[in-house]
Design a protein around this ligand. Structure first.
Ligand SMILES: Nc1ncnc2c1ncn2[C@@H]1O[C@H](COP(=O)(O)OP(=O)(O)OP(=O)(O)O)[C@@H](O)[C@H]1O
Ligand SMILES: [Mg+2]
Length: 276
């Protein structure tokens, strides 16, 4: 049994025995997306995709440009609504029609673009749209700065320039600001879209560390990435998409890098191992 609540062999037993009972996960998923469809003016961006994440689990989402990864995650983030399918959070069917719906359920998103307001400082970005107020209804700058310092310090003790426009921060510091939202607002699930794409090796290491910290605290993480070190360094399971469909979902420990690259390019599941 792992300390993160995801027992070893949970999925493997399903492959080996193939009975209805053995496919029952021993921990229930935090998020379950089932048979999700989404089209934009006839373009089928997501077609019949099912994907779940458990508490303390990292699930990598892979696929070529246009595979539908960001769209699937935006459906979970409430940025778009699904055409059909079912989304459950902690076992309960939910309707996610706006980002506020998802955030209320503890689903936080770090978009590919980070979605930071460049001309505002790190504190303002942490609370963007969810500012703390005094009992007179005015912005509580003192409380926000105090809370922000604490959360930034937890993520990176060296990050001190929190009162300058985030435009002037490094890529890694901008990631800290984006990730701090998830931490401060007590995310249960976190969606990260290419978190290391624009970062150097040192900053990438730092983001990996942040992901491990969140994972250890029980957050379920969907990680969109093209990067094999991200996949093999961080994920418990991986799911490959192509042209809006799932190619296959596997335990990361059960597959090789070449096999993953082969599925991304070829769009076919592995021959030697049945998908989960
Ligand atoms: N808002 C939108 N309006 C119309 N079409 C869209 C929209 N968002 C995505 N699409 C289309 O849906 C498909 C899937 O796109 P999506 O952005 O989800 O892919 P992706 O896997 O995230 O790719 P990338 O790796 O390039 O980020 C593409 O054909 C894309 O053009
Ligand atoms: Mg994308």
């Amino acid at each position: 049994m792992s300390t993160l609540g995801r027992p070893e062999g949970e999925y493997r037993s399903a492959q080996h025995e193939g009975t209805a009972m053995s496919t029952m996960p021993l921990t229930s998923p935090l998020i379950e997306m089932r048979d999700i469809h989404k089209a934009f003016h006839g373009v089928r961006a997501v077609e019949g995709v099912s994907l779940s994440v458990h508490p303390g689990e990292v699930v990598a989402l892979l696929g070529h440009n246009g595979a539908g990864k960001s769209t699937l995650m935006k459906l979970l983030a409430g940025a778009f609504s699904i055409d059909s399918g079912e989304i459950k959070v902690a076992g309960e069917p939910v309707r996610l029609e706006s980002p506020a719906d998802s955030q209320r359920l503890g689903i936080e998103t770090i978009y590919q673009t980070l979605a930071l307001a460049d001309n505002l400082d790190a504190v303002a970005n942490l609370f963007l749209g969810r500012e703390l107020r005094t009992r007179w209804g005015t912005l509580d700058d003192y409380a926000m700065e105090k809370a922000a310092r604490e959360v930034f310090h937890r993520l990176n003790p060296n990050f001190k320039n929190i009162r300058v426009p985030v435009r002037s921060l490094s890529g890694g510091q901008r990631q800290v600001v984006a990730i701090s939202r998830a931490l401060y607002f007590n995310a249960r699930a976190l969606i990260m879209d290419e978190p290391c794409a624009a970062l150097g090796p040192e900053e990438t290491r730092m983001v990996h560390e942040l992901v491990r910290t969140l994972k250890a605290s029980g957050v379920g993480i969907f990680l969109i990435t093209h990067d094999m070190p991200d996949v093999f360094g961080l994920s418990d399971r991986l799911s490959v998409m192509k042209n809006g469909k799932t190619v296959g979902t596997y335990r990361t420990a059960d597959v090789t890098e070449d096999e993953v690259l082969g599925m991304i390019i070829g769009g076919r599941p592995l021959q030697r191992l049945a998908p989960l």
